[in-house]
Write a protein of this length. Structure first.
Lengths: 283, 81, 279
């Protein structure tokens, strides 16, 4: 571990201890919510800019923005479940001892975030949308699996953070949604800083010994991961709950629409910047 | 849709998403995961396609890699006769 | 009042820096330049004086007259210079007794980015452009505090000129990047909605606009000291300086860092002698 990573781990651990919170007190949960309010900012709704969106009334758009929030929080829950499993597996594992003290905070904070997201989804939506991901067992070069784990966490969280940051600040949003996004952003920044540092460190260690085909495979896998991550933001379950006909076609058309492509490109460019700078992905 | 039509639709989907699949593949019993014609990251997208073919959502909990081993396996899991 | 090795405070509300504190100031600026490189921002160095007409173009004097500092010169006529030298140029209290002054046409830079709008006046862009510049900036205040509120201080800015979407995306990126930076060095900071200190705000349409459509966020240290700010200007400078993008006034946005205030935050957080974290 470089001195850089050690210093980061020490500082982040100190901040996490200071920011330690009771997840059941962090957010003011209203008894019930009128769904005809903005729960997701219009430009972050998956259909924004598409003909389907333009054809909806403002109330319909707002109801859609509610189910989009349920989907966004559901994606976070599934991401956090996989993340917590991966973090737990790495606690005190040889090679990870030096970051163990921070992994405890990371794990603890992710569990708390799932409490917020889960509370919103079940209390106001009556469900968490199911996860369609299935992992196939795969062989990895030494160090590749750890690198991919943290690199993918980093990409996922960078994208989420852009949503959180925008929604934390916009007064149009329902207060409970704003609070969830604001709290999540405030906490995730630490994870993002840790993620960047550990990804740099694992890449530095790995790239010296990985053969070219492993490096090429990593780049291809991360590129495919970005696409797969975004694909989940276009969920037919959301469109069905929002009362739209032909939900799968709506999802396909929205995904292919130029305005949603531009939205994804803009955020992806940012999310991948640290990885691109280090050559982990080819932009 | 008849079972052969479903299998052909699945085959077309896999070919469309993997330009490197040889001309006459995958057959109904080709091990598509072992051959890397289908990756883990493509499953969610494939499931949406399956749902649209069925015109009904499916419950993804409990899905295993084996469900996607071959076109036959996918067919049998999601299109029971 | 802050005291630290390498800081010498001047009675006129300005600071002299040397040693470890100056080294930290350089490292901070290097870090912000590295941040700017993320957008391939083109670096510019401008003079300290700015033509007053540039600020007038943007109605700055009516908005912030209290902050203006002008470079004054004596009227060069020999008789006038003689009047000056024959009298007492500077009295015991340090006050200057000028004879007639030459016309004042310049102002000391109040914010680094104004030079960039002036510099690109009349141009038309077909893609987003990013710039960075640093300058010694001057703001007259009623009272000064070392490193926290000074008559002259150092400001590093990164500016985006593009479409509304590009300007918005730039600020979102910049905000996120600064959050990563400040979290890594463990500074207690939070972003807060802010408005500029307009003169007679209730009569200023720009102030009213800022209230209706919040465009300024400040990065507050311990909820009291703004060490950076993000600003969305919409088409304000694009119109004022006739800078276009695809046939329309360019939209601009900037992020500004007050270097001395960062030093103050570091000293409060880590003590006057550090050790200061890596950046």
């Amino acid at each position: 571990m470089t001195g850089d990573l050690a210093e980061t781990v020490a500082r982040l651990s100190a901040t996490s201890r200071r920011a330690y919170q009771n997840p059941y007190e962090a957010i003011a949960w209203p008894e019930a919510l009128d769904r005809r309010q903005w729960f997701t900012l219009p430009r972050f709704v998956s259909l924004y800019g598409t003909p389907t969106w333009e054809a909806m009334t403002e109330d319909e758009q707002k109801v859609l923005s509610f189910w989009e929030a349920v989907n966004f929080y559901s994606l976070n829950i599934h991401g956090e479940k996989a993340l917590m499993a991966g973090l737990a597996a790495r606690l005190y594992r040889p090679g990870m001892e030096a970051v163990a003290r921070y992994l405890h905070h990371f794990l603890d904070e992710e569990n708390k975030h799932s409490v917020w997201f889960g509370t919103f989804c079940t209390r106001y939506g009556g469900k968490v949308y199911p996860d369609r991901k299935v992992a196939f067992p795969q062989e990895h070069a030494e160090g590749e699996e750890d690198f991919l784990f943290f690199a993918k966490v980093s990409i996922f969280e960078e994208i989420v953070d852009r949503y959180n940051l925008a929604m934390a600040r916009d007064e149009r949003l329902v207060p409970v949604a704003r609070q969830i996004n604001a709290n999540h952003h405030a906490e995730e920044v630490r994870h993002l800083v840790f993620g960047r540092r550990i990804v740099e460190e694992l890449w530095r260690q790995g790239v010296e010994r990985w053969p070219d085909e492993v490096v090429d495979g990593i780049r291809a896998h991360l590129a495919a991961y970005v696409t797969a991550t975004w694909r989940e933001y276009y969920n037919p379950d959301v469109y069905r709950d929002a009362g739209l006909a032909e939900p799968w076609a709506v999802a396909r058309d929205a995904w292919a629409h130029e305005s949603t492509q531009a939205h994804r490109d803009e955020i992806t460019r940012f999310a991948l910047r640290p990885l691109a700078a280090a050559g982990m992905v080819v932009p | 849709m008849t079972p052969p039509e479903v299998r052909d639709a699945l085959r077309s989907w896999i070919r469309a998403h993997n330009p490197e699949v040889p001309e006459d593949e995958p057959a109904d019993d080709t091990p598509i995961i072992d051959r890397r014609y289908l990756t883990s990251l493509q499953v969610a997208d494939l499931l949406l396609f399956v749902e649209e073919l069925r015109q009904a959502p499916l419950d993804p909990s409990g899905l295993r890699p084996g469900t996607f081993r071959t076109i036959d396996a996918i067919h049998d899991a999601f299109f029971p006769s | 009042m802050i005291e630290a090795p390498g800081l010498r405070w001047k009675a006129n509300g300005q600071a002299a820096l040397s040693g470890p504190l100056l080294a930290l100031a350089h490292r901070l600026d290097d870090r912000f330049v590295a941040l700017a490189a993320g957008w391939q921002a083109e670096d510019h160095r401008f003079p300290t004086f700015l033509a007053a007409s540039v600020l007038e173009q943007n109605d700055w004097f009516r908005s912030f007259p209290q902050h203006a500092t002008f470079p004054a010169c004596l009227d060069p006529a020999e008789a006038n210079l003689a009047t000056f030298t024959d009298g007492q140029p500077v009295d015991g209290s340090g006050q200057v007794h000028p004879s007639a002054l030459a016309p004042i046409r310049d102002v000391l830079t109040p914010a680094a980015c104004y030079h960039l709008y002036d510099h690109h006046q009349g141009l038309a862009f077909d893609r987003p452009r990013y710039f960075t510049t640093s300058n010694t900036c001057f703001r007259r205040e009623e009272r000064y505090v070392p490193l926290e509120r000074q008559w002259s201080f150092t400001m590093r800015e990164i500016v985006c000129m593009g479409t509304a979407e590009e300007a918005g995306a730039f600020l979102a990126d910049a905000t996120a990047e600064v959050d990563r930076l400040t979290t890594a060095i463990d500074l207690p900071l939070s972003w807060a909605l802010a408005s500029d200190p307009f003169f007679r705000p209730s009569k200023n349409p720009q102030y009213l606009m800022q209230q209706i459509d919040p465009t300024k966020y400040e990065l507050m240290f311990e909820d009291r000291l703004a060490i950076a700010s993000t600003n969305l200007h919409h088409d304000h400078f694009g119109r004022a300086f006739s800078i276009q993008r695809d046939g329309e006034p360019v939209r601009t946005a900037c992020i500004a860092f007050g270097i001395e205030r960062w030093l103050a935050a570091f000293i409060h957080r880590y003590g006057p002698t550090g050790p200061f974290p890596q950046l």
